[in-house]
Write a protein that binds this ligand. Structure first.
Ligand code: UD1
Ligand code: UDP
Length: 378
């Protein structure tokens, strides 16, 4: 029997960990592969929350996170650190996910060693290099050197072939976030205590309509975040509404949100939730207000209208399906859009249809099958 192919999975932030744990599990279950996990720890606590629930103990941990890290210092540290791990592990292939600094540096370090790099969640494009910033360019850089491109949807596959990527290397797999969401939903059903920590907040806000909020985008730092905070303050003035807002630990986000919202009765600013508790928030919220990428994929799958605080999105599928709406970062616009959903039940019902353009929960299996074909044809 030939020895299993060594696959180095490189990730470092919360969303990458959520979207790659199903791939790690599928590779572990397949004797053709020896998965090796390297975390950059570009995030620390938020990454560790996902590793804990997914039961992943990394083989390598670069522990690079610094408070308020700059993009250039972060990228330089990642590139040299990930290169060292690749020289030690000497993988047959490297897997990266998405569009973070870790994913881009991981792909580049693999390319410098002529190791094929496979890209999970390939081909998302907004068409604007500053939205999301710097992720649009990170994703495009990875796309120029990837060996296999695992596109979540036909739209993302089409974006790659429009950029002259060989169609034979592009595969529509669905997004692994739906695999993760199915998994965590089943875990909570089997063990409700995993998501019971929100109970005190649910009691405090009993009878109110819950809006879930997340916000962290770099391109919104400064004026954008201040406008978002202003919108939340105005929505919280309604006695029938409560907002639950797990605040990203980035100091740029915390300073604005704590300053503007900490003393409002109808707003709960809380620490980042682990994945089961965030899934619980998605299930109790009437509306999600977010600038997150992953939440744009999860909320439509659960039939939660999602208002996206961005000017443009690389995930147009939710907007096309009618479950997501781009509302930008203008406070008046955000307040108007939320008020419409709260006060006009037909507008709400039109958006609140479970729709899942992002996958069927079998993306990781498809990815591993495609990798299996690749290693046998090599
Ligand atoms: C990063 C990704 C972004 C992704 C987001 C998901 C890049 C350039 N950005 O943005 O694409 O959407 O993660 O959340 O790759 N921090 C902590 N603890 C944590 C995590 C972050 O304290 O567990 C703080 C630190 O001060 C850190 C700062 O947040 O310096 C920013 O983290 P960083 O990974 O650079 O950027 P994000 O804004 O999180
Ligand atoms: N999430 C979480 N806890 C939170 C907020 C978000 O587990 O308090 C999850 C969410 O379900 C989604 C992912 O984190 O799967 C999104 O991560 P984030 O918004 O940090 O990054 P993005 O998707 O914008 O890159």
């Amino acid at each position: 029997m030939t020895s299993p192919a060594t696959i180095l999975l490189v990730f470092g932030t919360r969303p990458e960990a959520i979207k790659l744990f199903p791939v790690v599990a599928a590779l572990k279950a397949d004797p053709r592969f020896r998965p090796v996990v390297c975390v950059s720890a570009q995030h620390r606590e938020m990454l560790d929350q996902v590793l804990a629930i997914a039961g992943i103990v990394p083989d390598h941990d670069l522990d690079v996170m610094k408070p308020d890290q700059t993009l250039d210092a972060l990228t330089a540290t990642l590139l040299t650190g990930l290169g060292r791990v690749m020289d030690e592990v000497r993988p047959d292939r490297v897997i990266v996910q998405g569009d973070t600094a870790t994913a881009m540096a991981g792909a580049l370090a693999a390319y410098y060693r002529k190791i094929p790099v496979d890209h999970v969640e390939a081909g998302l494009r907004s068409g604007s290099i500053y939205h999301p910033w710097p992720e649009e360019i990170n994703r495009k850089i990875i796309g120029t050197m990837a060996s296999l491109h695992f596109a979540p949807t036909k739209t993302s596959a089409g974006a790659l072939t429009a950029e002259n990527v060989d169609p034979a290397r592009v595969h529509v797999t669905g997004n692994t976030v739906i695999d993760a969401l199915h998994w965590v939903t089943a875990r909570i059903a089997a063990e409700p205590a995993l998501a019971a920590g929100l109970a005190p907040l649910e009691q405090r806000f009993a009878g109110k309509r819950i809006v879930g909020v997340t916000s962290h985008r770099r391109e919104n730092f400064g004026g954008g975040l201040e406008a978002i905070a202003d919108a939340i303050r105005r929505i919280a003035a309604r006695p029938d509404v409560a907002l639950i807002f797990p605040v990203h630990p980035n100091p740029n986000v915390r300073a604005v949100m704590n300053g503007a919202l900490a003393r409002l009765d109808n707003v709960a600013l809380i620490e980042p939730l682990d994945y089961p508790h965030f899934a619980r928030l998605l299930s109790i919220a009437e509306i999600m207000l977010t600038d997150s990428g992953g939440v744009q994929e999860e909320a439509p799958a659960l039939g939660r209208p999602v208002l996206v605080m961005r000017e443009t999105t690389e995930r147009p599928e939710g907007v096309a399906a009618g479950t997501a709406r781009l509302v930008g970062t203008d406070a008046d616009r955000i307040v108007t859009e939320i008020s419409t959903l709260l006060d006009d039940s037909s507008a709400y019902e039109a958006m609140a249809r479970a729709h899942n353009p992002f996958g069927d929960g079998r993306a990781a299996r498809r990815i591993v099958e495609l990798l299996g074909r690749e290693i046998t044809s090599a």
